[in-house]
Design a protein. Sequence first.
Length: 368
Amino acid sequence: MELPLLLQEFAVEGRLVTLQPLGNGNVNDTYLAVFRNTFTETQLVLQRINGKVFPTPAAIMSNMHKITAHCHAKLEKELDTADRVWQMPRIVQTRDGRDCVQTDDGAYWRVITLIPSARAYDRAQNAEHAMECGAVLGHFHHLVADFDPTSVQDPLPGFHVTPGYLAAYDATLAEPKAAAKLDASMEARRCARFVENRRRLATVFQDAVDRGELRRRMVHGDPKVNNIMIDEFTAKGTAMIDLDTVSAGLVHIDFGDALRSICNPAGEEEQNLAKVRFDEDLCLAFCKGYMAEASDFLTDADRAYLYDAIRLLPFELGLRFFQDYLAGDVYFKTRSPEQNLARARVQFRLCESIEARERSIRSLIDSL
Ligand code: GN1
Ligand code: MG
């Protein structure tokens, strides 16, 4: 179906004046749609949910409906006492009251509100930006802290289960095609050695949960820097976007994922590995911003595992990129054949940089 025609199914006023690709998401297809009438303009986000990644798009939408309803009510209630107007995208329903549309090809499409006068960056800009990112994640954790985790379905079974990614990697490597791909590339073989030397890392959080040291709570799941909106006028953080993976998990996953993205000023797509490093000033700024919003969330046990989270998440994401490269780029969107391999190398390099700074990162965490 033509996209402008599809948009007509949603309850939007005005005439469509432009429809263009938006952002750099690695999973869903995202467009900006601008509608105008004589006196107003409405800017919206049209998204095709990636059905190869999310097995049950309808569940994703039902989760989003419940989570945003909870958070919007809380935002309204706290508006008068808040230091800023925090925002969160809202689902724009269809004219007949549905949260999304399924087209004949089976794809699920949804429309959500754009956070106006705000933007997300692919890389941390400076310490102030990192601090605002921390504040947004901390405030998000505050918003979902009293949401009942059992009322949402698992959006993506196996998401952030590192041993599962390792098993998928092993299964891929058992395929002759993947093994040949590994054989053909010195860089890929280097990545494989990197993984072999860190296999034991994978179970650190499963073990901690099994021992009863850490408990699950509502988390975002994908709090990387370009999912955090910054107000263009005030330069303050204003919203967390990309809510598909919000579910019960460990706060460590969010911490580690945000930091692996924010503390690598070179970004995820850097070609020159020499530029990839873990920046502790950005880390400290992020943590300060987070603590100002959510310091009471972190127990001593949580703190004890923060370093492990910071080290694990780039390992896990690198492993996911590397496995996808070997499997023929089936999960993450790519623009060139070696892109997932290059992305994996960046994450592994970042992980090495974190390992080299272990003592200093641990004392930074202790100082929080
Ligand atoms: C994907 O869709 P996007 O780009 O916000 C991925 C994250 C990765 C990220 C790496 C559902 O996020 O887990 O950290 O790419 N999301 C999913 O850029 O797999
Ligand atoms: Mg995103």
